[in-house]
Design a binder for this molecule. Sequence first.
Ligand SMILES: [Zn+2]
Length: 82
Amino acid sequence: MKSIDTLGILIDDGYRLAIYCEDQNCRHWVWADLPALAERLGRDHGCLHDDLTPKLRCTKCGGRRIGIRLHPPHRPGTLWPR
Ligand SMILES: [Zn+2]
């Protein structure tokens, strides 16, 4: 199993990335625009928390405490492994 560690792999495999603000009063979150991020940072840029969050800030409150959460691709018709 290959590791999921760059923006290019996320895009190719259909992953989605949620970016959320960790400010208790804000809680703003968005789906990451992965193609735009890859355009800006490069497809080989890491997609792990420490790679991305220093480059991001909340678009609502401007906060810099950002979290990310990776959502695996939804593949209709495939069964969960047992
Ligand atoms: Zn915020």
